[in-house]
Design a protein around this ligand. Structure first.
Ligand SMILES: Cc1cc2nc3c(=O)[nH]c(=O)nc-3n(C[C@H](O)[C@H](O)[C@H](O)COP(=O)(O)OP(=O)(O)OC[C@H]3O[C@@H](n4cnc5c(N)ncnc54)[C@H](O)[C@@H]3O)c2cc1C
Length: 405
């Protein structure tokens, strides 16, 4: 077992920017662990442009952005251990599976920057047959931009988040015909304009308010999908299905290893400093909630680096107050306040599950202390402000959404 000062798990934008910043702050005893055979994270297989504008003042494709980050890390001499998958965390010891066998490290401080993944078919309880042609956008993009394989000819896209439109572009890149996009909610999960662009300019029907009843297969080959709306069923012929969106942090490891797990976020509870309630454990980037843009994760990486510095130099241990949020909230972060650190007028950032107009009420120990009027969309984050009210340990903060009548 090797003792190290800082372990960063995940070489995506969050993990690598944290490593670069820590190096700049003078921390050399630092190792980044990455399960893939290259550093750079999710952007490695997002072949489209749209990365790097805020970080590098350049418009880059995902792979070029990932390459730039990985090259910066290499230039600064950061130790990135590739093909190293974290498989266990126990008593502060990290166990990795690597091509050379199992390796163990005992860090003083650990940053989990594991990213998020789309919810695959297996976790969505969709009935029907099994087939290798039932995939997620992430897998489609790996086929398109890393392996250059066309897995099928005619696909249906399940979901209508921004990433679902990225799936359309990747399918087009491979020459796959998209037969339809289907969404169970009454409205698409991104800007309405995208629905009309998809219908009118790409000639792809977009069905909203439909239920995916069954994936019809024969000998492990997809034949069609059965969808229903208002009790009427319809089959859409296709040989591939792409499940898109519903991002959730790569958190099964965290859930198994730590008690203070927030099921609403599918991640550890964290303070405004990205610090968890376990000694020396931090979480940043998409591993803290669902997916946001890469630049946000990159800047979170930089921010968490300065918090790790405070922890290592001054043994900063948080004094914690938990924030709770009702069932209308899909995720929120931070989920705890460290009352030893400044709040800077900000309580938390959240997203609601559905489109709605109303108010988010902030309760401190059952006393209403603030209200924020919102017109919410599930794909837009809402910042919840905090008035300067003195907080004590054992205080309780709760957020409740009430819709306008
Ligand atoms: C289809 C798609 C399109 C996108 N388009 C854009 C865009 O145009 N612009 C934009 O700004 N953002 C875009 N994004 C979002 C962006 O890619 C993410 O926000 C960003 O990559 C998140 O950074 P991260 O470091 O938190 O996680 P990731 O980039 O996901 O990195 C996490 C890393 O952790 C590693 N890891 C996970 N578990 C383990 C383990 N157990 N052991 C070791 N390593 C592990 C993973 O292999 C991965 O490399 C897109 C995302 C997707 C999926």
């Amino acid at each position: 077992m090797v003792d190290i000062n800082i372990a960063i798990i995940g070489a995506g934008p969050a993990g690598l920017s944290a490593a670069l910043e820590l190096k700049k702050l003078g921390f050399d005893d630092l190792v980044v662990f990455e399960r893939e055979d290259e550093a750079g994270g999710t952007p490695r297989h997002c072949g489209h442009l749209g990365f790097g504008m805020f970080e590098f003042k350049q418009v880059l494709s995902g792979p070029n952005y990932a390459k730039k980050l990985a090259e910066k890390a290499a230039q600064k001499g950061i130790n990135v251990q590739l093909k190293s998958t974290l498989v266990k965390v126990e008593d502060g010891i990290l166990t990795f599976s690597t091509p050379e066998g199992v390796k163990q490290y005992k860090p003083t401080c650990t940053l989990f920057a594991l990213g998020a993944r789309e919810t695959p078919r297996s976790d969505r309880l969709v009935s029907g047959g099994r087939s290798p042609n039932i995939i997620t956008t992430g897998t489609l993009q790996r086929f398109a931009y890393l392996q250059k394989i066309k897995p099928f000819e005619k696909a249906v896209i399940v979901g209508s988040e921004i990433v679902s439109f990225s799936a359309i572009m990747s399918a087009k890149h491979l020459g796959i015909k998209v037969e339809a996009m289907i969404e169970e909610k009454e409205q698409i999960e991104s800007f309405c304009l995208l629905k009309y662009i998809t219908k009118l300019f790409l000639n792809i029907p977009v069905y909203t308010g439909v239920k995916l009843e069954n994936i019809n297969t024969q000998d492990k080959a997809v034949q069609s999908l059965t969808i229903s709306k208002d009790g009427k069923k319809e089959d859409i012929a296709c040989d591939g299905v792409i499940f898109t969106g519903k991002f959730t942090p790569e958190s099964s490891m965290l859930q198994k290893s730590f008690v203070d797990f927030n099921t609403q976020n599918s991640s550890l509870n964290i303070t405004q400093n990205f610090q968890s309630s376990s000694d020396g454990v931090f979480v940043a980037g998409n591993a803290t909630r669902g997916a946001l843009a890469a630049f946000r994760c990159y800047f979170e990486g930089k921010k968490v680096a300065s918090k790790i510095k405070d922890y290592l130099n001054f043994k900063h241990t948080p004094k914690i107050i938990k924030i709770e949020a009702d069932e209308n909230v899909s995720w929120y972060y931070p989920t705890m306040l460290d009352i030893k650190s400044p709040l800077e007028g900000h309580l938390t950032t959240l997203r609601l599950k559905n489109r709605a107009k109303g108010a988010i009420k902030i309760y401190l120990n059952d006393r209403l202390v603030g209200t924020k009027k919102v017109w919410a969309f599930p794909f837009i984050s809402i910042s919840i402000p905090w008035k300067d009210i003195e907080l004590k340990e054992k205080d309780n903060i709760r957020l409740e959404f009430s819709a306008d009548s």
